[in-house]
Design a protein around this ligand. Structure first.
Ligand SMILES: Cc1cc2nc3c(=O)[nH]c(=O)nc-3n(C[C@H](O)[C@H](O)[C@H](O)COP(=O)(O)OP(=O)(O)OC[C@H]3O[C@@H](n4cnc5c(N)ncnc54)[C@H](O)[C@@H]3O)c2cc1C
Length: 419
């Protein structure tokens, strides 16, 4: 940050950049690239070195990206770099399941052919998305990436500054926390969080299988938690398998053969023989929502604002909606000559995003509670309810559009329009 050409002058004060983004995971880089389109300069700081985050085995997740999220990636110049590794998601089937019994007949079936826009979304492995984001930040003159250094203090009394663990201080007009579920940015600002532990751990891996998946995603609702089987390019699927913490720890401790022995009776044989393809990962699951998404000269995006259950594969999609909404609010304020870091401008972002977040957090929470149990009465009632949704084409199409991220007040970037 010692390049004077990169200094921004604000009311006589020298700022290093327009916006400081703490967190270079997924939402932080997307926000920096989006803001660049409005001529806003960002510095993205991440505690982990770039090589660690770029290593193929860093994060085993694959993301079910809604169609609207893919449009945002297109609009910020990322999609062409990941397109050939993205698997179109053509259908979603949901059913009850019990280990050893295989899935019951599905009670929900969403088919992309019922809407006109194309696939509902795409499955994309973290390694491809992360690599493309790191390369795009490197190439963008409006983005400065500071990897391998932790933010330890901040001051947003006006405008905003952060202190890094190596003693440097950086300043900007606005500070954005994109630092994940345990956001230090939120904590340092005194923003409390609400939420709880789900008592579940998600076991994540990739499997290769004999038969083609035809772009169909499956969700089996097992008593301890859902098992999602999500199509990847080739005869491969990403597995997100939720178990109670203690059981997950036992399964996690098994060698690969033992792990597969546990997975097979849950997975069934509809895709033929299965084999592990790559490393195994585990993620404890909790709900954590910040009580406010904004403060003076400060905004939160992504998991820093809201970490939800992965049951509907919506966490990153929700974060990318934040990215699209915040970038739009800031860009519009800049065009009008407003102080984009002022609280009344930031309140527009919070007002836009809070309802969507609360609705999604509540519905994922409810679905997980309703489906992750073996109560026969609940089981019968929910299967009846799901069967009713499935039988109504209008309602079914509504859910498909919702899964594709096409409903509600969709930010311009998620409609594929320029900022
Ligand atoms: C099992 C599982 C499956 C999922 N599947 C899906 C899916 O299919 N679809 C979907 O949309 N979402 C999914 N999600 C959710 C998705 O993974 C998250 O929403 C997303 O990764 C959040 O990204 P983020 O950039 O907000 O935060 P993170 O990826 O957590 O990034 C935060 C970054 O901040 C950095 N950081 C933290 N503190 C500091 C500090 N003090 N100084 C500097 N840097 C710091 C960290 O190093 C990190 O890189 C899933 C989640 C789980 C657990």
């Amino acid at each position: 940050m010692d390049n004077p050409a990169r200094m921004v002058i604000l009311r006589g004060m020298a700022c290093d950049t327009d916006i400081l983004i703490v967190g270079g995971g997924l939402n932080g880089p997307c926000l920096a690239l989006a803001l660049s389109q409005a001529g806003l300069r960002s510095t993205v700081i991440d505690a982990l070195p770039g090589e660690t985050r770029d290593a193929g085995g860093f994060d085993g997740r694959s993301y079910a990206l809604a169609l609207a999220s893919a449009r945002l990636l297109q609009a910020i110049g990322i999609w062409d770099a990941v397109r050939e590794n993205a698997q179109p998601m053509l259908e979603i089937k949901a059913s009850d399941g019990r280990a050893g019994e295989g899935p019951a007949p599905y009670f929900l079936h969403f088919d992309h052919a019922e809407i006109e826009e194309g696939p509902m979304g795409y499955m994309l492995e973290d390694r491809f998305l992360r690599h493309a984001l790191l390369a795009a930040m490197e190439a963008d003159p409006n983005v400065t990436h500071l990897p391998g250094v932790r933010v330890i203090a901040q001051d947003t009394s006006g405008p905003a500054s952060v202190t890094l663990e190596d003693g440097r201080t950086l300043s900007a007009r606005l500070l954005v926390g994109a630092d994940g579920r345990q956001s230090g940015t939120a904590a340092r600002a005194g923003i409390k969080r609400q939420g709880w532990d789900y008592g579940q751990t998600a076991l994540v891996c990739c499997v290769a299988h004999e038969r083609p998946h035809h772009g169909i995603a499956h969700q089996f609702f097992m008593p301890p938690g859902p098992l999602a089987i999500l199509p990847l390019p080739g005869n491969r699927c990403s597995i997100v398998w939720s178990e109670r913490h203690a059981r997950a720890a036992q399964i996690d401790a098994l060698d690969d053969d033992g792990y597969l022995e546990e997975l097979r009776p849950r997975f069934g044989d509809f895709l033929g023989e299965i084999a592990l393809d790559g490393a195994r990962f585990s993620y404890p699951l909790n709900l954590t929502i910040a009580q406010r998404f904004v403060d003076e000269h400060l905004a939160l995006v992504g998991d820093a604002a809201h970490g939800v259950h992965p049951i509907a594969g919506q966490g990153l999609n929700l974060g990318l909606r934040d990215v699209g909404a915040l970038a739009e609010v800031l860009a519009d304020a800049k065009r009008r000559g407003e102080d984009f870091a002022a609280i009344d401008v930031l309140d527009r972002y919070q007002g836009w995003r809070r309802f969507d977040t609360a609705t999604l957090a509540a519905s994922t929470d409810l679905i997980n509670r309703l489906f992750s149990n073996d109560n026969p009465l609940l089981r019968a009632a929910r299967d009846l309810g799901m069967g009713a949704v499935n039988a109504m084409p209008g309602l079914r199409r509504g859910f498909i559009r919702e899964a594709a991220g096409l409903t509600g007040d969709v930010p311009r970037l998620l409609q594929g329009k320029p900022l």
